[in-house]
Design a protein around this ligand. Structure first.
Ligand SMILES: Nc1nc2c(ncn2[C@@H]2O[C@H](COP(=O)(O)OP(=O)(O)OP(=O)(O)O)[C@@H](O)[C@H]2O)c(=O)[nH]1
Ligand SMILES: [Mg+2]
Length: 376
């Protein structure tokens, strides 16, 4: 018995998922957690902040056929897609990627296998990779440059290459991809996966656990994420905007929760337990910020039809997230060129938002306190 426990002590660590926009990072996070924590769309640059998801993995005992693995807590960190920053918002997004690479034990570098590989240059030395393929190569190179910096990290940092979306290509196409990418970086492992179809994810987790240091939990056992529900709610609304609107609108939109009233705790517990009874109600008001009046008109739609649709689909998702009924009010506001305003972008960060809420509450308590004092 003691033999099994030997060398099987608890592992824990941060595992950052990085890669180009649309590679499937958020899909992978959700697939590994078995829950939707990050929003996913077919549009690039969906994720704007890093999102932590905590995964508990039980001990797998060694058998004659299987080496097994110790129990572990893996803190997965989804990040925005690596891209050359244009606006202040892009810069902020790239900062989130750098932050996720600062404090990590393992990095998962994920690429989309449906992108065509660059062609070898012709015998005359002329580049054969042109047009969209050349653009794609430039984006791969840029993402790799960021990974290259990890080589300078003291003690090194293992990088696992994930070839994602293998469900969408022929098996014969996988080998050339492995050869192409392995020549570009000394990856600790190369694993073809499908985040959507959940192919090879157990293998991935085994490899990750093998690379994690021994250590204690960073989060309590049943905590899924460090993010407050109100942020998840704002993200669900943003997801619907991304899915329902086109062109520039999704990128010029930000969602801020302005009111969030949860039902009283006892009522909430009762409501969930009571059959046939009306579930408790959460009241939410959210502002959708855009940059121009033209975008505002699109977001509202003819006689409010677009805003209504966004609200209806978002409310369904929010209700299943919270397990309560939801009353959702949406407002569209114009904040000219907000993507180039660092102060506004700072305030969008949920960590900053929590600070502001705490400061507001403290100020209100102060006012209450001083008015009581005045009465005395
Ligand atoms: N066929 C296939 N599609 C996938 C797979 N994984 C993700 N996708 C799709 O790829 C698109 C982008 O997925 P996301 O998870 O949002 O990608 P991301 O890397 O988080 O993108 P950003 O947040 O924009 O950087 C979505 O349409 C997904 O459904 C996969 O394994 N196979
Ligand atoms: Mg994402």
């Amino acid at each position: 018995m003691s033999r099994i426990i030997e060398g099987m002590s608890f592992r824990s660590g941060f595992v950052s998922i990085v890669g180009r926009p649309n590679a499937g990072k958020s899909t992978l996070l959700n697939a590994l957690l078995g829950q939707k924590l990050a929003i996913v769309t077919h549009k690039p640059q969906t994720t704007r902040t890093r999102i932590q998801g905590v995964l508990e993995i039980p001990l797998k005992k060694k058998t004659s056929a299987d080496a097994g693995h110790p129990a572990a807590q893996v803190v997965l960190v989804d990040t925005p897609g690596i891209h050359k920053p244009d606006t202040q918002l892009d810069k902020r997004m790239m900062q989130e990627v750098h932050d996720a690479l600062e404090s990590r034990d393992v990095v998962l570098f994920i690429v989309d296998v449906t992108h065509r590989l660059p062609k070898a240059d012709g015998p005359d030395g002329q580049a054969k990779t042109t047009g969209r393929m050349a653009l794609s190569k430039a984006e791969d190179d840029f993402a790799l440059q960021i990974i290259q910096r990890l080589k300078q990290v003291e003690g090194g940092c293992p990088v696992i290459l994930l070839l994602n979306k293998i469900d969408a290509i022929a098996p014969s196409e996988i080998m050339p991809l492995i050869a192409h990418w392995s020549a570009l970086y000394p990856f600790a492992e190369v694993i073809p996966i499908s985040a959507r179809k959940k192919i090879n994810l157990d293998l991935l987790l085994e490899k990750v656990i093998g690379l994690l240091p021994e250590g204690q939990r960073y989060f309590p056992k049943h905590q899924l994420t460090d993010q407050p529900e109100r942020f998840l709610v704002a993200e669900l609304i943003r997801e619907k905007i991304l899915l329902l609107t086109g062109e520039e609108v999704p990128y010029a939109t930000a969602v801020v929760i302005e009111r969030y009233e949860e039902p009283p705790a006892e009522l909430n517990a009762q409501g969930k337990a009571k059959k046939g009874g009306k579930a408790p109600l959460t009241k939410i008001a959210a502002a959708i910020f855009c940059e121009r009046t033209g975008q505002k008109a699109i977001l509202i739609g003819k006689q409010g039809s677009m805003l209504k649709e966004i609200g209806t689909v978002a409310r369904k998702d929010i209700e299943s997230l919270l397990g309560t009924r939801v009353f959702l009010e949406l407002f569209v506001k114009v904040q000219e060129d907000w993507r180039s305003k660092p102060g506004f972008i700072e305030d969008l960060d949920w960590r900053r938002e929590l600070e502001l809420i705490a400061a507001k509450q403290a100020a209100e308590e102060d006012v209450d306190g001083s008015s009581k004092d005045a009465k005395r």
